[in-house]
Design a protein around this ligand. Structure first.
Ligand code: ACO
Length: 311
């Protein structure tokens, strides 16, 4: 049974009125938002690593400049999202502590290695493509600061997706070896990209309540299906083969049918046992420790400035 306060809150959500930071909200709504927004922020920050791996080895100056800008955008996305989470009464230090200690989740996808340059194209095309599919509807999320952060993030993500598809096009139309590299990257990134959308609706513990609160707009399976439907023709255009023998257009449903996802692999990765989980966390903690002097200097400068203003 809902309390009168909760009833009024739900009515506002049903009427598409945004909830703002200082307003009353159920504790569980606040907690769910902190969980989702902080996991999202951590994903952006950890997501800098697999691509950062190729900045020094990008094949041309132009590709290097693009990749550098994209990785910086991801840092920016992390910052807007941490700010949005902070409006819910959690501190950034607390969130970073959860990430650095390995307690917090971040997207499964960033625990896979980037073995060749083609992986950078595949990440832009598939991973950023999946991210946009999930984040465009979140622009309509009920929580004001999160929905507004999503508007800018989605604009930048679509540039990321386009640059990835452009890099894949170049490889797919290149030498046979380059085309093979593109195919190999598609083979390795396809299934992990489908896993990004989260467990099937039947297994998704948070979906029902999050959708009632409009913290989520679509279910995991809905978005996954939309992603497959959008991406398969793009692979065909590139002349590449999606690594799924069960993939088939279903005219009756008006959607592609696709093969079974290896959920054991997904749950292993989110439990910390993916191919790169330990490396990602080690790199993150090292960067945090090595940046301590910068934070100390900024604090010392702020304290000096404040003392001068009062003196
Ligand atoms: N990777 C890691 N963990 C995941 C993933 C994934 N791909 N999918 C689901 N999970 C986790 C959930 O966080 C949840 O864990 P928790 O209870 O410990 O917090 C658990 O699996 C159960 O899943 P759901 O009940 O389906 O969880 P939820 O309703 O939060 O849905 C989803 C997951 C779709 C990822 C949602 O949180 C979301 O839309 N988040 C915002 C977008 C986002 O974070 N994108 C990050 C990648 S995009 C990028 O950074 C480029």
């Amino acid at each position: 049974e809902m309390s009168p306060e909760e009833r009024a809150f739900q009515d506002r959500i049903d009427a598409d009125i945004k909830i703002e930071p200082k307003e009353w909200m159920p504790e569980a709504y606040r907690k769910t938002l902190i969980r989702q927004i902080s996991q999202h922020a951590h994903s952006e920050i950890i997501g800098m690593q697999p691509e950062g791996n190729w900045i020094t080895r990008a094949p041309t100056l132009e590709r290097k400049a693009i990749l550098l800008a994209k990785v910086q955008d991801e840092a920016g996305h992390g910052l807007y999202l941490y700010c949005a989470a902070e409006t819910l009464g959690v501190s950034r230090d607390e969130l970073l502590e959860q990430l650095n200690s390995g307690k917090a989740k971040y997207s499964s996808i960033f625990n896979y290695p980037t073995l060749t340059w083609a992986d950078i194209g595949a990440i832009g095309w598939l991973v950023d493509g999946a991210a946009i599919m999930n984040q465009v509807p979140l622009q309509r999320c009920s929580y004001g600061p999160y929905s507004r952060a999503m508007i800018r993030i989605c604009k930048e993500e679509s540039f990321h997706q386009r640059q990835g598809y452009d890099a894949m096009t170049k490889l797919a139309r290149g030498t046979p070896e380059q085309k093979q590299m593109a195919q190999d990257a598609l083979n390795r990134w396809w299934w992990p990209s489908l896993m990004m959308f989260g467990p099937s609706d039947a297994e998704s513990v948070h979906s029902a309540q999050s959708m009632r609160w409009k913290i989520k707009i679509n279910s995991n399976d809905e978005l996954r299906q939309k992603f497959v439907d959008q991406t398969v023709p793009q692979a065909e255009y590139l002349g590449l083969t999606v690594p799924d023998p069960d993939l088939k257009w279903n005219a009756e449903r008006g959607h592609y049918d696709f093969g079974a996802i290896d959920w054991d692999e997904f749950y292993q990765v989110i439990a910390g046992n993916g191919p790169c989980n330990r490396q990602r966390l080690r790199t993150r903690v090292k960067a945090y420790e090595e940046g301590q002097w910068v934070r100390d200097a900024a604090d010392a400068y702020a304290a000096k400035k404040a003392a001068r203003a009062h003196g």
